[in-house]
Write a protein that binds this ligand. Structure first.
Ligand SMILES: [Fe+2]
Length: 282
């Protein structure tokens, strides 16, 4: 974060990433460049197009998972089911690779405390996973998480780009009194947040350690050297944690066959019957 420390003004020296992101934003969300009625990317008055993704910047840092992660969360972007108490919160952003190009299909698994600072360790309240869209964008609808002893206000998330390792980290809120005393807090993970009516709008862009070519090459996917064999691989084995699966791979789990529909590295809790976004029963 620290938007002003790298690109104070997106002027004539707009980086390639700035342009890419600006183009993505313009295409995906034309409301951004309006009168400031939409997203929280204008904390300093002028739109800040590259608050997190800078040329040469390191990937988003990793943080402890904490004691309350629970695998097998439902596929959903809205954690605030009817009746959920608390201050409405939306978190929007993009997932980028090392060249600051958006990454579609990234699995984002969010979990957080409720407004009273409690985690649901028996069910899946305030837990859910989703995938970044074709522009690498994600939107989480939730409530502002409550405080609990020993921690400042935060949201947990695990991210996994297709076929890549899991990044576990946390997101923070600016101006929280406990930010200065929480030893896990890191200012690089502070979201941009602003008030909007009764709720808050936050934004944060992740940068994953995913190699990317410096410029988009739309024809690359058709190159035999740029992609693995398109023919389905029938592994014939049973599903296992740690294995990398490609679209079309077939595994068995508890005697049932599944076909991979989203390339990924298998993670505990993402067993085929639990994650229909990754596996289709055949
Ligand atoms: Fe936590």
């Amino acid at each position: 974060m620290t938007p002003s420390s790298h690109d104070p003004v997106p002027g004539p020296q707009l980086s390639r990433k700035s342009l890419l992101k600006a183009a993505a934003l313009a295409g995906a969300a034309p409301l951004l460049l309006g009168a400031g009625t939409a997203l929280a990317r204008d904390t300093a008055g002028a739109p800040e197009l590259t608050p997190e993704c800078h040329d040469g910047d390191a990937p988003t840092i990793e943080q402890t998972e904490g004691p309350y992660f629970k695998p097998g969360s439902p596929l959903r972007t809205n954690l605030a089911v009817p009746g959920t108490r608390g201050t409405p919160l939306t978190v929007t952003g993009y997932v980028f690779g090392r060249a600051c190009r958006p990454i579609p299909g990234v699995l984002l698994d969010f979990w957080q405390a409720d407004t009273d600072g409690a985690y649901d360790n028996t069910g899946y309240t305030m837990r859910g996973h989703q995938f970044s869209d074709a522009q690498g964008a994600f939107t989480l609808t939730a409530i502002v998480p409550g405080l609990y002893p020993g921690r400042t206000r935060h949201i947990h998330v695990k991210l996994q780009a297709p076929g890549r390792p899991v990044l576990t980290t946390q997101l923070y809120f600016p101006g929280e009194p406990r930010n200065s005393t929480d030893t896990i807090f890191d200012p690089r993970l502070v979201m941009t947040v602003r008030q909007n009516g009764p709720g808050r709008e936050a934004s944060f862009d992740f940068v994953l350690d995913v190699p990317q070519s410096p410029s988009p090459s739309p024809t690359a996917t058709g190159s035999p050297t740029a992609s693995p064999s398109p023919s389905p691989t029938v592994s014939g084995g049973t599903w296992r944690v740690g294995a990398s699966y490609r679209v079309g791979d077939v595994v068995t789990y508890n005697g049932v066959a599944y076909r991979c529909v989203q390339a990924h590295t298998a993670y505990a809790g993402w067993e085929p019957p639990n994650v229909p976004a990754l596996w289709a029963r055949i």
